[in-house]
Design a protein around this ligand. Structure first.
Ligand code: FAD
Length: 450
């Protein structure tokens, strides 16, 4: 096992001293967002020599709703960051609003997850996690853009058990990196490469990943607004957002209080089978801002800067996710939860799973451990995401969406089950109504081909 010799432990701008072009690191992680930083932390914590190349400098803005659910909080606690969240806005649950009704639902209890969430800007959060990885011994190289993989035909290997060769990535010996501060190119070589470069994933695409267009895709737009209700103990979701013609669309509008005088408000829309693909999220956002309860104070004058948006690849829609010495995680693997558009927790979780598998591979198990990463993804999310995709298919029909939402909003217990299922907080050992409903759906899912 190669121990980190001269780890830089630095998140300050520039090129860390420990970057040495002749050195072959254990792992290079491309991207220092939630998935890359978490993966780097777990690898460094286990003693591996890991370098993260991140094209921006922290703190940096990242377009997001900034909402952390109990799943994300659990991962941050495990990273040793519970104290670092003390300054963030803590909230207790979700207020669901639709068709003139509203329901406040505290986070459900779960033996493995806390019953709290936080809202914290990605500007602040991602720096905290990248610093944690650096403190554990990872080299975090900021201002370093991976411009392409170093393809390694010499060590190209077979990935047994992972399907046909079209379903695996090629062997990769690291990344060609542009030092954006110095304007110079470098080769960062490593025995294993982890692709964590987010939803656009140009590095992943260059290796051969692509998104399955039969899967749903989220599109979302958000802005920051000054608001008198900035420190509310509930985040709010509006389940009946409408397009310009007044048709209810599949998605939701949100208002997430940040506790610092501002709220993060935005709209997310789901597109599947080509439906809603052409919908204009800017118009949806304008309509939502006009229509959200006036007490939030959302308007063009309280807006703190132009809204920005992005895509949400979901349901494990991006493949292949493994190669003989390469793995994809987070948005680069399409790991967002289609039920609710949550991706931060799944970035942390897939980063952690990948770190464990790469660690085993480095310890001598080789490619089998990487194949196991794919199996573990399927065990953790396969059936759940399949249910979620069917749910999205259902609600992408306006008439069904309306029936589902308005029926649900008349029953607190149905909405509480739904919250438990959609936030992926179903208890494995207990049979409450949500668990019973979910298990019944899973049984149908298992019996249904495709
Ligand atoms: C509008 C919007 C709202 C959202 N709201 C929420 C929410 O409230 N809660 C939630 O859980 N999720 C939310 N999501 C999803 C969430 O933002 C993503 O799932 C999450 O950021 C994925 O983390 P990641 O590490 O995989 O990718 P990213 O966060 O995108 O990180 C990728 C990193 O890689 C770097 N990078 C990219 N290319 C390169 C390269 N070539 N070389 C070096 N570095 C590179 C980038 O600079 C970036 O730092 C939202 C998404 C959008 C678009």
């Amino acid at each position: 096992m190669t121990r980190p010799g001269t780890s830089a432990s630095s998140t300050s701008p520039g090129r860390p001293e420990a970057i040495d072009d002749s050195r072959v690191h254990d792992v290079v992680v491309v991207g220092g967002g939630p998935s890359g930083a978490a993966c780097a932390y777990w690898l460094a914590d286990a003693g591996w020599d890991v370098v993260v190349v991140e094209k921006k400098h922290f703190p940096r803005v990242k377009t997001c709703g900034d909402g952390l659910t109990p799943r994300a909080v659990r991962q941050l606690n495990d990273l040793g960051l519970s104290g670092a969240l003390a300054g963030a806005h803590r909230y207790d649950g979700l207020r669901a609003c639709a068709y003139g009704m509203s329901l406040e639902m505290p986070w459900p209890d779960h033996p493995s997850f806390p019953s709290v969430g936080y809202v914290i800007t990605r500007h602040d959060l991602d720096q905290i996690v990248a610093e944690r990885a650096a403190k554990a011994g990872a080299i975090v190289w900021e201002g370093a853009e991976a411009i392409g993989p170093i393809l390694d035909r010499a060590t190209a290997g077979h990935v047994g058990g992972a399907g046909t060769s079209a379903e695996v990535l090629p062997s990769c010996a690291g990344a060609n990196v542009l030092d954006r501060d110095a304007g110079r190119h470098h080769e960062v070589r490593a025995r294993y490469t982890v692709v964590a470069d987010g939803a656009n994933s140009r590095f992943g695409r260059a290796l051969g990943t692509s998104r399955d267009r039969d899967y749903p895709l989220g599109m979302a737009l958000r802005g920051y607004f000054r608001s008198p209700r900035h420190d509310e103990p509930f985040i709010e979701s509006h389940l009946d957002i409408r397009d310009a013609s007044g048709t209810v669309v599949p998605g939701y509008g949100w208002v997430f209080p940040l506790g610092d005088g501002r709220v993060n408000a935005g709209v997310g829309l789901l597109s599947i089978e080509g439906r809603w693909k052409g919908a204009n999220t800017t118009q949806l956002m304008d309509a939502f801002i006009d229509w959200a309860p006036a007490s939030w104070g959302l308007s063009k004058t309280s807006l703190c800067g132009p809204p920005t948006g992005g895509k949400l690849p979901m349901g494990l829609s991006v493949r292949p996710r493994i190669g003989p010495n390469v793995l994809a995680i987070g948005d680069a693997a399409g790991s967002i939860n289609p039920f609710n558009g949550e991706g931060i927790a799944y970035g942390y979780e897939t980063g952690r799973l990948a770190a464990a598998c790469v660690g085993r591979a480095l310890s001598g198990e080789g490619v089998h451990a990487l194949v196991d990463y794919e199996s573990q993804l399927q065990d953790a999310y396969g059936l759940y995401y399949r249910m979620a995709r069917e749910f999205v298919r259902l609600i992408s029909r306006p008439e069904l969406m309306k029936v589902c939402v308005s029926t649900g909003m008349h029953s607190r217990s149905i909405m509480e089950w739904l919250l438990r299922i959609m936030a992926n907080l179903v208890r494995p050992e207990e049979i409450g109504p949500a668990e019973a409903a979910y298990r019944a759906l899973c049984t149908i899912g298992r019996l249904t081909p495709g």
